[in-house]
Each structure stands twice: as structure tokens, then as C-alpha cells.
Design a binder for this molecule. Sequence first.
Ligand SMILES: CC(C)(COP(=O)(O)OP(=O)(O)OC[C@H]1O[C@@H](n2cnc3c(N)ncnc32)[C@H](O)[C@@H]1OP(=O)(O)O)[C@@H](O)C(=O)NCCC(=O)NCCS
Length: 223
Amino acid sequence: MESGPKLLHPWQGEPVDYRCVAMRFSREPGAADLGIALPDRIARAAPRRRAEWLAGRRCASEALRLLTGHGACLGMAPDRSPLWPGGTLGSISHSGDVAVAIAARADSCLGIGLDIERVMDGQGASEVAPEALTPRERRHLANDPFSVTLAFSAKESLFKALYPLLRRPMSFQLSELIAWGDQGTARLRLVEELSPQFPAGREIEARFARLGDLLLTRVLVTA
Ligand SMILES: CC(C)(COP(=O)(O)OP(=O)(O)OC[C@H]1O[C@@H](n2cnc3c(N)ncnc32)[C@H](O)[C@@H]1OP(=O)(O)O)[C@@H](O)C(=O)NCCC(=O)NCCS
């Protein structure tokens, strides 16, 4: 079943004004088609990939419209990162039949990243742990699928927030989840220097929220 993009308010007391939008989309070919001219690699992709790409764009456009009064269909850079209109930044994610996007004003933060993941079961967590967790995380989190999902998702959000700033390859070994609490707040710590502005040891806050069997995370990077 498909539904239009809906505004979410996953967290209270946020330091920055943004709009976060989610939609459920159909896996059927063309179901989410907006009449957008698709980039070649999306036009050639499997129907499932086209549907998720379009659903992400629909959410991003709605998030922009709610933030600025003007929606826009985002282009796609050769590295796959979405191209946000001047003066804005944001992030897109999808999992299963759900797409989400977040948009903020570029003068309010340096970067913003969003991720949505199905909460892993024990087997999923043990498959992901070797690549996604640092040795320290493996010692502390590896037996708890929710924490593994949170670490994985928060690092995806961190990557999406930082990539437009740093334009460098990153890996899951470069940061680790060091704390999280009942209020949907977590902390990541950089394990290695990413740039002079992002030295080893710098801590970056993440927010998280359960949406049924999905976990939504958001990383906001400020100066
Ligand atoms: C790029 C990556 C985040 C994509 O993840 P994914 O599993 O496809 O999952 P999601 O659905 O959550 O996100 C996909 C969206 O991310 C966005 N995205 C892709 N590359 C991106 C980039 N370089 N920068 C910002 N956003 C990007 C796109 O909008 C994409 O959706 P689209 O192709 O439909 O537009 C992931 O493959 C990756 O490389 N992760 C690395 C994480 C990491 O190293 N973290 C440590 C940071 S220190």
C-alpha cells in the first residue's frame, strides 16, 4: 500500500529547524513516478530500485517544500549523493517499503544525515557486526541486536552528514557508538582523524527513534 509523504516529529527540543518526512511506497514499477526525468542509471535500474529512488525524492521534495515553501526534485551526483538546492542540505534513506528524508537550511548546520533500518535480529546483528563494529563495540554491543542496529544506523547517518563536507571515503571503523539512552539520544566518537575539524576523539550526538520495527537515526553536525 502506498501513502503520500507525511511530516514526522520524531524528536523534541532540537537545536535546528528542519523538516523530516516519511512515506510508504509500493514495490510495483512506476508506482511512485512523479513524472521526473530519471537519471540514466536509475532509469536502467530494477523496478524496486526505481521505486525507492523516487520515493526518497518525493520525501525530499516535500521536506524542502515544508521548510522553504518550494519543493524540488533533487539531482544525483556521480558518487550517488543527492544534490540539494542552494541554501539547503539534507539526507535521504530507505528501508523495505519506507522512505524518509530530512531537509535543513544550510546556514543552520554544517551537515545532516538520516538513516532508517529494520531492527536486526540476532542473526542479522552477528552478520553485520564484523564489518560495522569496531573491536571495542564488538566487546560491548555484539550480543544486543538493537545496539548493533543503532551503531550501524548512526554511522550511516554520520557518513551522510559528513560526506558533503569532507568528500572522502569513510568506513564503519572510523567511529564508534559510546553511549545511548532512553530519551533517543546517542553519542558517536571518532576513532581516527577525518580532517583537522574532525579530529580523533571528537564526539558527535545522534538522535534515534523507533518507528514500529524500524529504527530512525539522525546526525546533525554543527561547527
Ligand atoms: C552511502 C551509504 C550511506 C548508503 O547506504 P544504503 O545502505 O544504500 O542506505 P540508505 O537507503 O540509508 O541510503 C541511501 C541514500 O543515501 C544517499 N547517499 C548515497 N551516497 C551518499 C553520499 N556519498 N553522501 C550523502 N548521501 C548519500 C542517497 O540519497 C541514497 O539514496 P538514493 O540513491 O535513492 O538517492 C552506505 O553505502 C555507506 O557507504 N555507508 C558508509 C558508512 C560509514 O562509513 N560510516 C562511518 C562514518 S565515520
